[in-house]
Ligand binder design. Structure first.
Ligand SMILES: [Zn+2]
Length: 327
């Protein structure tokens, strides 16, 4: 079996050509010109199989290949060398090399608007012969802070959490009819703990339908004017109460914050998976004035993270709460 020594430096050689691409270790080219380019791409072949890339280039973009070679060494004497046989298998007994490659597209003409053309790439595992599908572009959008945004049936989930605010609305047809069971369960656990302290928590307002929110918002607008109503009441479709994860506790007035119950909720609701959804001083982020009575169930992983970092949902996810027509 023909064997060759490939040093880490030679493996790092990088060819960037227009037209078709070949990624070939420099030393291997000298020794045997007909060898196919060998890659060991951890991402594509988790087993560590060697794959070959055949990459075609679109006419208005050029492909940039970046490679780095790491030798994971078990013995310092052989740190710089790894053996590769004709099948691409790495056989060094006391070291293995890991070749990492990334591919990116750079538009050739920066004034051309729109995304660069597509890459067609086929990867064939040289060990198992399997043709590997090219990686598809990521279909998801991400928030400013890197959380995945998913939209299902008109409902927005960010990092798996249903989000309802002035930016992300619910369709009128979304009508769970009541609070979700996990929200109820968490509330009853929290209320039981409060009761042990001699405190009484009750749900003043839980699930509200699109139609109910419509009539409430209209009533508030007639009473206080639209601008004032916008600060404390949501337009239909934008109310967190329609989600079935929001609860208004007890008295629905600012004075609730200064009651024993209000102070206990502010300190402890997080332990049961709730967050104070509209904290004081965060209207710029949440879109709503301080509401000490309004809590939102998000589960304890997220509620404790938000508590520990003093963040609202909007700040943590890196999202806005602004009506689309106000942008
Ligand atoms: Zn509320």
């Amino acid at each position: 079996m023909l064997r060759k020594k490939i040093s880490a430096a030679a493996l790092a050689a990088l060819l960037v050509l227009e037209g078709s691409f070949a990624f070939v270790p420099a030393q291997a080219v000298r020794e045997e010109e007909t060898d196919p380019p060998l890659l060991w791409d951890d991402d594509v072949c988790p087993r560590g199989d060697v794959v070959r890339d055949d990459v075609l280039l679109a006419e208005d973009a050029r492909l940039i290949l970046r490679a780095s070679v790491d030798l994971e060494t078990f013995s310092p004497e052989t740190a710089l060398l790894a053996d590769v046989d004709n099948d691409g298998a790495v056989t060094a007994s006391d070291a293995r090399f890991v070749l990492r490659m990334s591919v990116s597209l750079e538009p050739l003409f920066s004034h051309v608007p729109g995304p660069p053309a597509t890459i067609e790439a086929a990867q064939v595992c040289l060990v198992c012969g399997k043709e590997l599908a090219p990686k598809l572009p990521d279909p998801y959008q991400y928030t400013k802070n890197g959380f995945r945004i998913e939209e299902k049936d008109g409902i927005t989930y960010i990092d798996g959490v249903m989000v309802v605010n002035k930016t992300y609305s619910l369709p009128a047809s979304y009508a769970p009819g009541d609070l979700h069971q996990d929200c109820y369960d968490a509330f009853y656990r929290m209320a039981a703990a409060a009761r042990r302290q001699g405190l009484s928590l009750y749900i003043a307002s839980g699930y509200r339908s699109y139609a109910l929110q419509q009539s409430l918002f209209t009533r508030y607008c007639n009473r206080d004017g639209v601008a004032a109503a916008e600060r404390y009441s949501a337009r239909p479709g934008f109310s967190e109460h329609q989600s079935g994860y929001a609860i208004d506790l007890n008295s629905i007035t600012n004075s609730f914050a200064n009651t024993s119950e209000g102070r206990w909720v502010a300190a402890h609701c997080w332990e049961y998976g709730f967050i104070l959804r509209y904290p004081k001083g965060k209207e710029w982020a949440t879109g709503y004035m301080y509401e000490p009575w309004h809590i939102r169930y998000v589960g304890t992983d997220l509620s404790l993270t938000l508590r520990d970092n003093g963040l609202t949902l909007e700040e943590y996810f890196g999202i806005t709460s602004i009506y689309p027509w106000d942008l």
